[in-house]
Design a protein. Structure first.
Length: 136
């Protein structure tokens, strides 16, 4: 009588595992080929052109680089019957600006003094005086 060797015992135990593994691999190969067959449709030249000409990012408008300042909108505006107009501009973190324009062409501006950022000036009372422009 022949007794089975160790390699013969292991071969018989691994047979179901090998069958399951080979069937799983075969299934994956067939499924992947089916998916690849569906994705082989080529894009038309028109579709490729549209995709390639899309901007990477939207255009950004930077007024600091172009030198163009956006027009400020007044927070308060008043027009007198004689033609004098008063406009007040408030921006976060900045001093209030007041502009008065008369019908005679006179323009008064009340804005921040140039040295307002200096710590020495901030500790004292600073009187702001309007600038008067009178065209002749």
């Amino acid at each position: 009588m022949k007794t089975p060797t160790f390699s013969q015992i292991n071969a018989s135990k691994n047979t179901p595992f090998k069958l399951v593994l080979s069937s799983l691999i075969t299934t994956l190969i067939l499924v992947s080929q089916g998916l690849m067959a569906q994705n082989t449709q080529a894009l038309s030249a028109e579709e490729l052109q549209r995709i390639n000409q899309q901007p990477i990012t939207p255009k950004v408008k930077n007024n600091a680089e172009t030198g163009k300042l956006t027009e400020k909108k007044p927070t308060f505006q008043h027009q007198e019957a004689d033609g004098t107009s008063i406009k007040e501009y408030k921006e976060g973190g900045k001093a209030t600006e007041v502009i008065v324009e008369s019908s005679f062409g006179t323009r008064y501006e009340l804005s921040t003094p140039d040295d307002a950022a200096s710590p020495k000036i901030r500790d004292q009372n600073v009187n702001r005086v309007p600038t008067i422009r009178m065209p002749f």
